[in-house]
Design a protein around this ligand. Structure first.
Ligand code: V0D
Length: 257
């Protein structure tokens, strides 16, 4: 049960205890990145196939995106498929590649109504054409939207992203279009998938792994990191608000010194 006391949204655990959740008038992270881990483990615990975990994880995406939109987060970046995920069994990869279409077939209309802008980050090279097609349609149909920017990182790897940017700059130098001394952080950042996005303020990773796993390496230089043991399909908006409360606490402490 969430209830409001002034600006504070609090969780009412029982009659006596009010646990602060987060301050709606406080600093809401503008850009939140999420590593949605633990779908396979969630299924295994229930003796279900891994794909059932992925499907359940997709429901969580819907709930968390709605919650983020509701509190005024500007950008969400969801790590949906890493370059490492190709090593999984063929059947599982094939299933995962159908999720964008499935998600969009049920959600695109509502996302549009909510003024959400959808975008893909990552390398489309190895993705099946039906997956690319679904993403292209979503990007096209939501291009004019000015609300929440919802990014899905698909076939994304942070080091590869940096190498791609460096290769392009090297090409420009070789072509005589750019001087080496003109290369700075801002110019390199202009050649990343995230060129027009602010860096994430907060990273959420579920399922107990305490690593970045090659996600947005450049962009997370100053990001607050928040980890939980909760598996992604079990992750709720209450957990999400808890992460934001913790973020606000850190921002206040930082502001105090
Ligand atoms: C599986 C947990 C939504 C993580 C969430 C291609 C693993 C569910 C999307 C999605 C996946 C992607 C693009 C888009 C709309 C939705 C998704 C994949 C996996 C891998 F435009 N969930 N989701 N994509 N999972």
């Amino acid at each position: 049960m969430l209830e409001r006391i002034g600006h504070m949204l609090v969780r009412k655990a029982n009659q006596e205890e009010h646990r602060p959740v987060f301050d709606e008038a406080g600093d809401i992270p503008q850009h939140i990145a999420v590593i949605m881990d633990g779908n396979g483990r969630w299924a295994k615990k229930r003796n279900l196939a891994r794909i059932v975990g992925h499907r359940s994880g997709m429901q969580t995406v819907k709930e968390i995106v709605k919650a983020a939109d509701g509190i005024g987060v500007k950008t969400m970046t969801m790590y949906a498929f890493s370059t490492e995920n190709w090593k999984r069994p063929r059947d599982e990869v094939d299933y995962l590649m159908k999720l964008p279409q499935e998600f969009l077939s049920t959600e695109l209309e509502e996302l549009n109504e909510r003024n959400v802008r959808v975008r893909m980050l990552g390398n489309s090279d190895r993705l099946p054409s039906h997956t690319i097609e679904a993403m292209n349609i979503a990007e096209e149909r939501t291009r004019q939207n000015t609300g929440l920017q919802l990014n899905f990182a698909l076939n994304y790897g942070g080091r590869t992203e940096i190498v791609k940017a460096v290769t392009e700059l090297a090409r420009q130098v070789q072509a005589g279009e750019l001087k080496p001394e003109e290369i700075d952080e801002a110019l390199l950042a202009q050649h990343l998938y995230t060129r027009d996005l602010p860096d994430p303020d907060l990273l959420i990773r579920t399922s107990g792994e305490i690593r970045l796993s090659n996600f947005m390496l450049w962009q997370m230089a100053y990001t607050e990191l928040w980890f939980t043991d909760v598996l992604w399909p079990d992750f709720t908006k209450e957990h999400f608000f808890e992460a934001i409360a913790e973020y606000q606490g850190r921002a206040r402490r930082y502001g105090a010194v």
